[in-house]
Write a protein that binds this ligand. Structure first.
Ligand code: HGY
Ligand code: MN
Ligand code: MN
Length: 406
């Protein structure tokens, strides 16, 4: 099992890696992610699994040794292969590689599950290209319609349908969407994106809930003008409105124990010697409850509007995606976490979004396993996990699947 995991991990390591930063650029439906997708195809073919793929890039590879078929609710496990821009190696791929390795482990143990087990890869989990997190799982669960998805464009204006076509994916009309109706339970293993497990001295943990979160686009418009000849009091500078808004968001999040981040900004015309005509900035906001999230965004929007008034700029705020809070099935989490040789696994909340949250919100009983991350850093090249912990994660996933498949 250790060999399988290490071999697969070594095969993935160079794909989409930046030699400058050591981070990964695995945006959906482009070179590196397409290579990862092909790699997954080879892995499942080598294991003799039956592949079910849809028109938008979601894939499930099924193992059904006793031929239960749809007679029993299926077990699904997996994650995603895409990354954020300059992301870490683990966010996503750890769950896919661990799922394959867990299946290998179950086979080597001679386990013959009484439920089909599928290894899944959901497309565009990060929303790094089309802006909407968990695009593939939202489509497959019906949380997002194909009609709405077809309106999405990437930063270069490429429509989702054209991006799919460029890698031979026909879209949902022709290629359909994964049918998740036969799935009884979903389990996603993921690298932890904080230091909770480090503090608890545990290699693996189980998720209790996901904080609600959303992405909001702030379009600020002003008036382009000369940086030298325009008196300071004569300007309508959207950069000032943006700067104050970023500070206000940070302050509000600190005051309320929430999270607010402006991680992406576009400036027009983006010249050193011109007052900008437009600033577009994206707020990622996360809170402990849906009501607190709505309040946080409302307060930041109000402060930004007041500042825009003073700056002579205009503001439009658009919610690009909002994910409500998710409480994972508590009895499932408990049944996964208890009665292990080394003691129970801790059950912990997370502020990060996952396909598991989308499937859970769609009514599929869902559990998540986290693997300790010594740096606690994620969405960065510094994201990490130690090999022994990854192997504990694989065993934990195999044990979980074995329990659930009984
Ligand atoms: O942005 C997120 O929470 C995630 O990691 N997809
Ligand atoms: Mn992520
Ligand atoms: Mn992830």
């Amino acid at each position: 099992m250790a060999d399988d995991f290490e071999r697969m991990w070594a095969e993935l390591a160079p794909i989409g890696r930046s030699s400058a930063s050591g981070g990964y650029f695995r945006q959906p439906f482009l070179g590196a992610e397409t290579e990862l997708r092909a790699w997954f195809g080879e892995q499942v073919a080598a294991r003799g699994l039956e592949v079910e793929a849809d028109g938008v890039g979601n894939v499930v590879a099924w193992w059904d040794p006793v031929g239960v078929g749809a007679a029993a609710p299926a077990l699904l496990t997996g994650s995603h292969l895409d990354s954020v821009l300059d992301g870490g190696a683990y966010d996503g791929p750890l769950g896919v590689v661990s799922a394959l390795a867990a299946l290998d482990l179950l086979r080597s143990r001679g386990v013959r599950p009484q439920r089909r087990i599928g290894v899944s890869v959901f497309a565009e989990e990060e929303g790094s290209r089309f802006g909407l997190a968990c695009l593939g799982s939202r489509l497959a669960t019906g949380a997002l319609s194909w009609a709405d998805a077809q309106e999405l464009r990437d930063r270069d204006g490429v429509f989702l349908g054209d991006a799919l076509a460029s890698v031979g994916l026909p879209g949902a009309t022709e290629g359909g969407l994964l049918d998740l109706s036969g799935v009884g339970t979903f389990v996603e293993l993921h690298v932890e994106q904080g230091r909770d497990l480090v503090d608890r001295g545990a290699a693996v943990g189980v998720a209790s809930e996901i904080w609600p979160h959303g992405r909001y686009r702030f379009d600020l418009t002003g008036e382009a003008n000369h940086a030298g000849t325009t008196r300071m009091e004569d300007r309508a500078d959207p950069m000032l409105t943006y700067a104050m808004t970023a500070l206000a968001a940070n302050k509000q999040a600190r005051l309320s124990g929430s999270r607010a981040t402006f991680g992406r900004v576009e400036v027009e015309p983006n010249g050193t010697n011109a007052v900008p005509s437009r600033v577009t900035a994206w707020l990622d906001a996360r809170c402990a409850s849906d009501a607190e999230l709505a309040d946080l965004v409302a307060v930041v929007t109000r402060q930004a509007s007041e500042r825009a008034e003073r700056d002579g700029t205009a503001l439009v705020v658009t919610a690009e995606s909002v994910s409500v809070s998710v409480a994972f099935d508590a009895s499932l989490a408990r049944s996964v976490a208890v009665d292990h040789a080394g003691g129970d696994w801790p059950v912990i909340p997370t502020e990060a979004g996952h396909d598991a949250g989308i499937l859970s919100a769609a009514g599929i009983p869902t559990a998540m396993l986290f693997v300790r991350n010594p740096t606690g850093v994620s969405h960065s090249p510094a994201e990490s996990a130690e090999l022994p912990d990854c192997l504990v994660g694989v065993s934990a996933l195999a044990d979980t699947l074995e329990r659930l498949a009984r």
